[in-house]
Write a protein that binds this ligand. Structure first.
Ligand code: SF4
Length: 466
């Protein structure tokens, strides 16, 4: 997806229980692997069995932690978080893990997702509760520590019965690590085991692989797992809901080397590209993709179409990290800051350019112009997702209905606006075929208007009000 027209994920979480292991260092590299899920702030909390110490700051993982800080985080339980804010502002008080002080001890919480009933949950908190942060995550964390129950599992179950929306959570007390997923499983969460002993939870399997933990499986929707002195334990919510994993994890969010529901993200994206080629063939000379997330889709399209795949654009991967703002003239040039075309590959060619989505439609016209300026004779845009026609309420910062180009214009009007010779989107059925999932197993709310109804009532789909 081109810069400036992006979907933003709500966060990445990790949790590690590994006596004798360097848990802070493992959490650091686990978060490093999840940096794509949030780049605003990050933190790691570590318990040595008696005290939880937490360090969190604004910025990228690499700029927040150094040897000295990691050296001060000693213990055998770690909880980590990297954040993109979808609720609450981008300030350090909203950075996670959150640290809560309760009468039974300290609790540290990392949350990926978005609650849809924060106000209701907040009204259940003690009247004297002071909220430091402005995010739904703090309300959730306080609700857990204030919940009735003889133990932490009872408290978690109590809150899971009341919280609505998307939440994949890793949290710890001084002595135990907990991980759980909302009853719909909207955001991912998996776990694995270290060969030498100990367990790790993470938003994506790529974080496990990075630190040498062996992937076991994803947590089921509504499942609670915890690790303590006696080992690993499981519990399930009594009422099950249809699975509603976010479709955009497959299309865009997850790293291509991650596995979701047993399916390689890379292979799923290639299959989307192949399906797209079957649905929207075109006479062309070369196929290219917008780097990085659309590359497997581009390769899949090229394979199916029997056309050569070329790297028509080279991405400057560090441009988003600069603190120097471009001046007005440079801003007008827009995408050249991020992408440079390889003229020798494009001049005189009929080019298929594959991308994973168009949100507002602000950047795609600049990409098309960039390719034409580089000499492309024809530019055919192919998108590996169906048109996004509704907003997301479940933790993805997308755009309002009025800003979504596909909610307001026909495909041909969009083609004209972006200046392409042709435009084709993958169908909803084609997308489901490509990942071998059925409608009703995924959240496709922004594509269909049918959202998982995340309250604890009947397990049905709710149609968005427009
Ligand atoms: S509405 Fe769209 S972006 Fe939001 S959770 Fe559902 S599929 Fe994902």
């Amino acid at each position: 997806m081109p810069a400036g027209d992006t979907l933003h994920e709500a966060c990445g979480v990790v949790g590690i229980y590994a006596p004798g292991n360097e848990v802070a260092r493992h959490a650091y590299f686990g978060l490093y692997a999840l940096q794509h899920r949030g780049q605003e702030s990050a933190g790691i909390a570590v318990s040595d069995g008696a005290t939880i110490v937490c360090h969190r700051e604004m910025g990228l993982i690499s700029s927040i932690f150094d040897e000295e800080i990691l050296g001060n985080l000693t213990g055998y339980i770690a909880v980590g978080h990297t954040r993109y804010s979808t609720t609450g502002s981008s300030v350090v008080v909203n950075a996670q893990p959150l640290l809560e002080h309760a009468d039974f001890g300290d609790v540290t919480v990392s949350h990926n997702g978005n609650l849809t009933n924060t106000g209701d949950l907040r009204s259940t908190l003690d009247a004297a509760t002071v909220l430091q942060a402005t995010s739904d995550s703090e309300v959730l964390a306080k609700a857990i520590v204030q919940a009735p129950g003889a133990d932490m599992i009872a408290r978690i179950r109590h809150v899971m019965g009341r919280a609505e929306g998307a939440y994949s959570i890793v949290m710890s007390t001084e002595k135990s690590l907990y991980a759980f997923r909302d009853p719909w499983g909207v955001r991912p969460l998996c776990y694995g085991r270290f060969p030498g002993g100990g367990y790790m939870f993470a938003s994506e399997s790529c974080a496990l692989a990075t630190v040498g933990a062996q992937y076991i499986r994803e947590l089921d929707a509504g499942e609670i797992m915890w690790v303590d002195n006696d080992g690993l334990h499981y519990d399930k919510m009594a009422h099950h809901k249809p699975q509603a994993l976010c479709m955009f994890e497959y299309i865009y969010f997850a790293r291509p080397d991650s596995v979701l529901s047993g399916k390689s993200i890379y292979m799923a994206r290639m299959a989307m590209g192949r399906q797209l080629a079957r649905e929207h063939p075109v006479d062309a000379d070369v196929v290219m993709a917008i780097p990085d997330s659309a590359i497997p889709g581009g390769i899949g399209y090229a394979q199916e179409a029997g056309l050569p795949y070329v790297e028509g654009l080279i991405k400057n991967r560090y441009i988003g990290r600069t603190f120097i703002s471009p001046d007005q003239k440079m801003r007008a040039r827009g995408v050249q800051l991020k992408f440079n075309p390889i003229v020798e590959l494009l001049a005189g060619q009929r080019v298929v350019v594959v991308d994973d989505s168009i949100v507002r439609g602000t950047t795609t016209p600049r990409i098309v112009k960039l390719l034409r300026d580089a000499g492309a004779r024809e530019v055919h845009v192919r998108i590996t997702s169906p048109p996004i026609i509704h907003p997301c309420y479940l933790g993805v910062d997308m755009a309002s209905h009025d800003e979504l180009i596909a909610a307001n214009f026909t495909i041909d009007e969009i083609r004209e606006k972006i200046g392409a010779d042709s435009l084709g989107y993958l169908s909803k059925e084609g997308l489901l075929d490509a990942i071998a999932r059925k409608r009703g197993q995924m959240c496709m709310g922004c594509l269909t208007g049918e959202y998982p109804e995340t309250y604890n009532g009947p397990a049905v789909l709710a149609t968005a009000a427009r």
